[in-house]
Each structure stands twice: as structure tokens, then as C-alpha cells.
Design a protein around this ligand. Structure first.
Ligand SMILES: *[C@@H]1O[C@H](CO)[C@@H](O)[C@H](O)[C@H]1NC(C)=O
Ligand SMILES: *[C@@H]1O[C@H](CO)[C@@H](O)[C@H](O)[C@H]1NC(C)=O
Ligand SMILES: *[C@@H]1O[C@H](CO)[C@@H](O)[C@H](O)[C@H]1NC(C)=O
Length: 781
């Protein structure tokens, strides 16, 4: 199991990828008109807030009594740096001076963005026109039921349901709209039926900090059980029956580390702690093997290193049975060796990088003999094939991975020791394994999309290799033949070819986009944690494309887009700067090859992608017209030195630990906050979430304050802090879309691309603006 099997694919509204704690954790003749739009922001001149500067020394290196490094690390002697905006940091989020400053930022943002209201409303209307508001996910079979989620026009959240047969009566399991009543934020992370499908358990967070409570519901009566598990990690796993459930709690730095067994009907205080991950550089996760026989408990660091334990549920039943079912060590941690477990037949199936298999290979071992010496190659390692995860079924094993720069899938027939690769209709594509809860089947459900094909849910018959299209995400007023996507390559400073995927409206550019010279471009990047970008579909891009903007995705190093070495050897630790220079090379290529010029590129990235944006800006502030970045991780040097900040210790293996000399000085050369200088910067729109536990609000707040202090131009820099949200912005889908529409309006205005160049969709009546804006939460807290 690669990750806990998530029962319900959540609504897909959380746009981008985040520093995810472990498994859990954007011419020809037709170009006339592109520059027609008015620069609406040009007239707005309110005074930006100015943050106080207070003396504060930040200490790096050794501090007595603080765990500033992992075991064996040699810390540098104490070094100090001045951080005049340090005072903006308040872990409790209630310092009046800090809140007043954020409020001043929000007031300024409101005034600056006011002229964009009509455009924002227009874009929001386009989003709604391209979105089927009342819609339903394809029901998937699970234990005699069909489970699915659906949305209703006007309602902000999902409704989770099941039915006995595809045309049977609907049972509503959880209506998140009801759960969210009276709440400013509501995130249901997981919802799993018990093994006999008689109890539904769900984890919910009402704040955005990603601390959850787990509730239990009788799906027949709709009543809640007395059991509530407080302050838990989002994921949990049922035992062999409804008597028992397993879950995780956090340490002081919000790292899940204790694994607990809860017997239903007993108080949480009596729960038994089965495992504690004491090494603060390790993340944890748990889930069941696809055949439900084993619970696997994983610890892993991005070193990469794994350890796994398991509970064999065969023959286990009732509270007493679970109490005596032991947690057994599979294989202890060995630095540099990473693995994920599944089980098929009488063997464990292991996806691992063992024996220097950087892109991973598949190994097997007997159920009873699980240590390294018993592991055998299922087939020889192929360095050109990146194996990511396996999903076993009765007679087949589906394998997901990457080859040739794209996501791919293979099907193993274990009885014959053979496998084959599945072909997809478009070269630029995304393919992921969808929700597959049944083991005894010969079909695997997958999700396919491309930059022009909306998300398709397919059943692939592994015996006949037939594909059955169950549903394509309906996108009203969209005709894919009007759009084109392609892949191009920039040359990095070290000569490496860096792919870019792009999409544009081919009605606006009938002769293609090469040599147009001043294309408005939205360049998007991420490039960290080995997370790849894949050419996928997003109807919210249409508001850009139909105004002539070309959307470009940069497949830079730090992701594993071109294989694992793209990340491990060329995009982390002391090679991290490749990530930033690759992105700059992509933008430079677009200019030097005559696609565009430096007045026409907007760059976008969120979270660790915000670090990318911040670092690229310091490298080439003159290359970009405007910037849009959400929850940017920009205070890298300070955050990574302080183990009390969530995610820090676990990421010492990702960026390095700045309490150690070699990492300190390398990181100091790229950390965005530390490299702001007196120069011209582009127009910027920055967003933050007050309750964000992954990138604390103070990182963007300090960065913006420092940029305002240093920059030598009059370009606007706007910070908007959502005080009722965390890392993933608003949980309410309409609020989320309004925020996104505002960001889009900002970019369109900066790129002077506010006018539609092809007929837009007919606009619906807009739902009324919510009366209470989230920001007023500041004063009420
Ligand atoms: C485990 O290995 C030992 C010796 O290497 C062998 O005797 C034993 O039968 C094996 N057990 C299983 C369950 O394969
Ligand atoms: C897959 O194809 C085989 C062979 O035609 C058929 O027997 C089987 O029922 C198909 N599986 C499903 C789930 O439709
Ligand atoms: C999409 O556009 C093509 C080419 O303009 C046209 O032939 C086709 O009928 C359109 N499809 C729909 C569904 O409107």
C-alpha cells in the first residue's frame, strides 16, 4: 500500500500540490486585440501598509535544550541574523499588533482590487458557466454497495451517498453542507465505512490547521455514536470489523507520531498506543493492503528511508481479538532504502529503491520471512521506468509510474510472470488509478485527462484490455477542438533539456504560437518533494485561454517528471538551485525563441511552488510582468532552523538543515526572504491562510513587508490573508472560486488581456456575494 486508501476522492477543488506530510502530508494576424484591455489597476493609489521594524536576533546552529538536528548531525557554531519583521510571527494567532497589520494588508488589498470587481464577476460567471454545479461522481462498488459523492447547485460542499444497486434508492451518508452550517471552514478529509458497512467514520477539521476529530455515524438512522476521537491526524484505518479502529495523534510540532488502537464504546483515554515514531525526521502513515488482510504502518523520511510494521487481521474478530493482534516489524529502517508494501498470493509485493534502483523496482518475499535477505527481484530493474505504486487484484496487479516524461500504467499477470503497458490516446496526458475497493475483479478503474480532455473515469478490463468510458467530467460551452496542447523543451544552465507542456486557444492562434513575439503567458511551476506536474484539464483555465493567454506548465527539476534522479540527485539539498534556474531558463527560452517578451510573462506557484516564485524573482526580477503566489514558502532559512515549526524536522532531509554549515550557506543564497534587494520587482498578488500549518501566514507577511521596504518601483504588491482558512484556501467551493476569479482578474489586468477574443460562454446569474466576508473573523476572535 502506498497510502491509506482514500474512500472518496474529494471534490478536486484544492488546486495544487502542497508540501504533503508524507503519504498523507500557463500569432499571427489573429493576435490583433490581445493588448486591447485597459489596465484597470493603473489608477488605484491607496497607501500600502508599512510594517514596524523591531530589533530581533534569530539564532542558527546549536541551542542548548533544542533538538536542532537529527542524531549524528554536527551543528554549526551559533550564528545570528537580524530579522526586523520577526514580530509578525505568533503561533497562537492572536497578537493584536500582528492582527492589526494583517487587517491593514487586507484593507489595502480590498482598495487596490476594487477596480477589478467587474472583471472578477465576469470570470466567476465564466467558471460557473463551464461547471456543472449539480453533478455526481461515478459510483464505485464496495462490499455490496455503490458509493459516490455529488454536488448540488448553490450548495458549497459535497454530499456523500451510497445505494444498493445503480438504480436503487440513495442513502445519504454525510451531507457536508449540514455539517458546515454555522462554520467558517469545514474540511472532511476521509470517510470510510466499517468492514461490514454498518458504521461510517469520518475525520473533520473546522479550522484549517489540519487537526481533525473522528466521528462515527450509523448510516441507517443517521445518528452519531458516542465515540469521538479528538485531535487526530486526518487518516485512520478500521480493524477487521467494527469493534476497532486505528488512528494517529500529533507531537507538539504537529507531526503525526503516535499510533493508537481504539475499541468502539470505550473512552479515548483508554486507547492503547501501539507505536511511537520518535525520530522527528520521520513521517508516518497507515492503511490496509488491497485485499484487506493486513494493516501496514509505515514510517519514512525523505532520505529516502522506510520502516514498516504490520498487523495480520486474518482470523481476528471483536475487541478481544484485536487486543491480541500484534504489531509486527516487517523490516527496520536502513538509511537510503525506501519501500512500500502490498500483498498478493502468498507473498508480500514490495516497491523499493533497494540495490540502488533509484526509479524503483518490484520485489517479493514470503509472508513469514520479511527481512531484506528474503527479498527477490520480481523482474530486473529498468532504470528508464519509474515504478511508483502497485494495486493488486484477484488475478492481476495494476502498476502506476512514469516513463518518457508522462504517467503510465502497466498490468502484471502474476500467474504468468508477465506484464504489459497500457496505451493512451494522447501523448500529453495524465493517468491515475482511481478508487478501487473491490479485490475480486478483473477491472481497474482509472482517471484519464489531458490539457484538452476533461477528466474521464474509465474501467479498464485487465483480461481483455478493453476500456469502457464511464463518464467524462461535463464542461458546458467547451469544445476541445478549439484548443491545442504541445510539449517544448528549454535548455537549462547545465545543458539539461527541461520540458514544458502548454495549451492555447487554436481559434485565436490558427497558425500556432511560435514566433508570435508577445504572447501573454502564464507560466506555472512547482518543483519540490519529487512531486511531478502532469498535463491535466482545468476548466478554470478557459478564462485565460479565451483571452489569448497561453498556459505553460514547467517540468523543472525537484519534481520527478523525468524520473527519480530529476528529484533526488538534481533537485534537492545541495542541487536545489537547479529548480529555480530551470524555471528561469524556461521563461528565458520563451523570450529568446520569440514566443513572448518580458512584458508578457506572469509566473504562478503555490506553497513550495511559492519558494520557486520567490527564488526565481530574486534571480531575474526583470524577466516577469507579474506574479501570483499562494501560501508561498519564502522564509526558508528561518523556518528550517526552528524545530518547533510544523514540518521543519521532517524536511531537513529535503532542503537540508540550516543549523548545519554547508546547508546554511547554500540555503542563504536562495531563501527568498533573505535575498530581497533594492531593485525593480513585478506586480505581485500574494495570498496566505491565517490557520495554515504547512506554510505559516507570517512567511508571506514578512516577505511582502520586506519587498515593500526594498523595491524601487511603483508596481503593486498585494497581500490577502484569509483568516478563516489554512493551506488550501476556502473550503466552500463558491468562495474558493471567487478567490480564484479574483486572482485570474489580477493576472488578466496585468497582462492587458482582459477582453475575450472568442465568444465566451453565456453568463449565468451570479449567486449573491456572501454577507460575511471571512476577514471579519479577525476582530471576532
Ligand atoms: C523462513 O526462512 C527460513 C530459513 O531461511 C525457512 O526455514 C522458513 O521455512 C521460512 N519461512 C517461511 C514462512 O517461508
Ligand atoms: C472483463 O472481460 C472478461 C472477458 O470478456 C469478462 O469475462 C469479464 O466479465 C469482464 N469484466 C468485467 C468486470 O466486466
Ligand atoms: C466543435 O467545433 C468543431 C470545429 O469547429 C465543430 O465541427 C463541432 O461541431 C463542434 N462540436 C460541438 C459539440 O459543438
Amino acid at each position: 500500500m502506498a497510502r491509506p486508501s482514500v474512500m472518496f476522492a474529494l471534490a478536486g477543488l484544492t488546486l495544487a500540490i502542497a508540501p504533503c506530510a508524507a503519504y498523507a502530508f500557463w500569432r499571427t494576424g489573429a493576435v490583433r486585440g490581445v493588448r486591447r484591455g485597459l489596465r484597470m489597476l493603473a489608477g488605484a493609489k491607496p497607501t500600502p501598509p508599512k510594517a514596524n521594524k523591531l530589533p530581533q536576533k534569530v539564532v542558527f546552529g546549536k541551542i542548548e535544550g533544542e533538538a536542532r538536528g537529527a542524531a549524528g548531525d554536527v551543528l554549526m557554531h551559533t550564528a545570528t541574523a537580524e530579522d526586523p519583521y520577526f514580530w509578525l510571527r505568533d503561533s497562537e494567532r492572536k497578537d493584536p499588533a500582528m492582527l492589526a497589520h494583517l487587517e491593514a494588508e487586507n484593507d489595502y488589498a480590498d482598495q487596490m482590487l476594487k477596480p477589478l470587481k467587474a472583471l472578477k464577476d465576469q470570470v466567476f460567471g465564466e467558471f460557473l458557466a463551464h461547471m456543472k454545479e449539480t453533478d455526481e461522481r461515478v459510483p464505485y462498488p464496495h462490499g455490496g454497495w455503490y458509493y459516490y459523492s455529488r454536488t448540488v447547485k448553490g450548495l458549497a460542499y459535497d454530499i456523500y451517498c451510497r445505494k444498493k444497486t445503480l438504480d436503487g434508492d440513495e442513502v445519504i451518508l454525510l451531507d457536508v453542507n449540514k455539517l458546515a452550517e454555522g462554520k467558517k471552514f469545514c474540511d472532511v478529509a476521509e470517510l470510510h465505512p466499517s468492514p461490514s458497512h454498518t458504521i461510517m467514520a469520518y475525520s473533520v477539521d473546522f479550522q484549517g490547521y489540519e487537526t481533525y476529530d473522528i466521528y462515527f455515524k450509523n448510516p441507517t438512522t443517521g445518528e452519531l455514536l458516542d465515540d469521538v476521537l479528538h485531535d487526530t491526524y486526518d487518516s485512520f484505518v478500521w480493524g477487521a470489523d467494527e469493534s476497532t479502529i486505528y488512528y494517529w495523534t500529533f507531537d507538539e510540532a504537529h507531526r503525526p507520531y503516535k499510533f493508537w488502537r481504539h475499541i468502539l464504546g470505550t473512552p479515548q483515554s483508554e486507547d492503547v498506543n501501539l507505536f511511537t515514531e520518535d525520530d522527528n525526521t520521520f513521517y508516518v502513515g497507515s492503511g490496509k493492503t488491497q485485499n484487506s488482510r493486513f494493516i501496514v504502518v509505515e514510517s519514512s523520511s525523505t532520505a529516502p528511508t522506510s520502516e514498516a510494521h504490520y498487523i495480520d487481521l486474518k482470523g481476528v474478530s471483536g475487541a478481544e481479538g484485536h487486543k491480541s493482534a500484534p504489531l509486527v516489524l516487517f523490516q527496520e529502517r536502513t538509511r537510503g532504502i525506501q519501500f512500500d508494501l502490498e500483498q498478493w498470493g502468498d507473498q508480500w509485493w514490495i516497491v523499493t529503491n533497494k540495490d540502488k534502483a533509484m526509479n524503483s523496482k518490484i520485489m517479493t518475499c514470503p509472508l513469514g520471512n520479511t527481512t531484506f535477505e528474503h527479498w527477490k527481484d520480481w523482474q530486473p530493474y529498468d532504470p528508464k521506468t519509474r515504478i511508483k505504486a502497485i494495486t493488486p487484484f484477484k488475478d492481476h496487479i495494476a502498476v502506476s509510474g512514469r516513463k518518457g516524461g508522462y504517467q503510465q500504467m502497466w498490468i502484471i499477470k502474476p500467474a504468468e510472470d508477465t506484464w504489459y503497458q497500457i496505451d493512451w490516446p494522447e501523448e500529453l496526458h495524465s493517468i491515475t488509478i482511481s478508487t478501487n475497493e473491490e479485490f475480486d475483479t478483473d477491472v481497474v478503474r482509472v482517471t484519464y485527462s489531458s490539457m484538452t480532455t476533461p477528466r474521464q473515469t474509465l474501467d479498464f478490463n485487465m483480461t481483455t484490455q478493453d476500456q469502457k468510458l464511464l463518464k467524462e467530467q461535463p464542461v458546458p460551452h467547451y469544445n476541445r477542438t478549439d484548443y491545442a496542447s504541445e510539449r517544448i523543451y528549454a535548455t537549462a544552465v547545465d545543458g539539461t533539456q527541461i520540458p514544458m507542456s502548454l495549451v492555447y486557444n487554436s481559434k485565436i492562434y490558427p497558425d500556432g504560437i511560435h514566433k508570435v513575439g508577445r504572447l501573454p503567458i502564464l507560466l506555472y511551476g512547482y518543483g519540490s518533494y519529487g512531486i511531478s506536474l502532469d498535463p491535466d484539464f482545468d476548466y478554470r483555465r478557459l478564462s485565460y485561454l479565451d483571452r489569448g493567454v497561453v498556459y505553460v506548465m514547467a517540468h523543472i527539476r525537484g519534481g520527478e517528471d523525468e524520473g527519480r534522479e530529476w528529484y533526488e540527485e538534481q533537485g534537492k539539498f545541495l542541487t536545489k538551485k537547479n529548480t529555480f534556474s530551470d524555471f528561469v531558463s524556461c521563461a528565458e527560452y520563451l523570450v529568446s525563441e520569440g514566443y513572448t517578451n518580458t512584458e508578457s510573462i506572469c509566473i504562478n506557484g503555490r506553497s513550495a511552488g511559492g519558494l520557486l516564485i520567490g527564488a526565481s524573482l530574486n534571480l531575474r526580477p526583470d524577466l516577469f510582468k507579474c506574479v501570483i503566489t499562494a501560501v508561498p514558502f519564502v522564509d526558508v532559512l528561518n523556518t528550517m532552523s526552528d524545530p518547533s515549526i510544523p514540518l521543519t524536522t521532517g524536511e531537513w532531509e529535503e532542503w537540508g538543515n540550516p543549523n548545519i554549515k554547508e546547508y546554511h550557506y547554500y540555503m542563504k543564497e536562495y531563501s527568498p526572504y533573505d535575498n530581497v534587494r533594492a531593485t525593480r520587482y513585478p506586480a505581485m498578488f500574494v495570498t496566505a491562510g491565517l490557520w495554515d500549518s504547512r506554510v505559516a501566514y507570517w512567511e508571506p507577511a514578512k516577505w511582502v513587508a520586506k519587498l515593500r521596504d526594498f523595491k524601487t518601483d511603483d508596481n503593486p504588491i498585494i497581500l490577502k490573508v484569509d483568516t478563516a482558512a489554512g493551506h488550501f484556501s476556502a473550503s466552500d467551493r463558491y468562495r474558493h472560486m471567487r478567490e480564484r476569479a479574483l486572482e485570474t482578474a489580477f493576472v488578466l489586468d496585468q497582462l492587458s488581456s482582459t477582453e475575450l477574443l472568442v465568444p465566451g460562454p453565456p453568463l449565468p446569474d451570479l449567486p449573491p456575494e456572501p454577507k460575511e466576508s471571512s476577514r471579519y473573523a479577525i476582530v471576532n476572535m
